[in-house]
Design a protein. Structure first.
Length: 99
């Protein structure tokens, strides 16, 4: 199993989304966090188990169950890096210019 972590900007997106959900309904932010945590576990167990992104095959993507978010990630030599926690309504690939 490979360790899975967030790029700094992706971590910020994740935290903001969780806080937004929690502010709108008590416990909903925690459910969002739980769904993302479960996906991170699955990604770490089988990084190649999710489809490559058609726009840029260096990245893979998966949808967060019950939430309109897509996780984009890439495999590194010893780990997996989540590069975006993108709301489905955002322009695809807005995060590609990140370092």
């Amino acid at each position: 199993m490979k360790p899975v972590g967030f790029a700094p900007a992706a971590r910020e997106e994740f935290d903001e989304a969780a806080a937004w959900y929690e502010a709108h309904a008590e416990g909903l932010g925690l459910r969002f966090v739980d769904c993302v945590d479960a996906l991170m576990q699955r990604i770490g167990e089988l990084p190649e188990g999710f489809p490559k992104w058609d726009v840029d095959p260096r990245f893979r993507r998966t949808v967060v169950p019950r939430f309109p978010y897509v996780i984009f990630y890439r495999q590194l030599a010893e780990s997996v890096e989540i590069v975006a926690v993108a709301h489905g309504a955002r322009e695809p690939g807005y995060w590609l210019g990140r370092k």
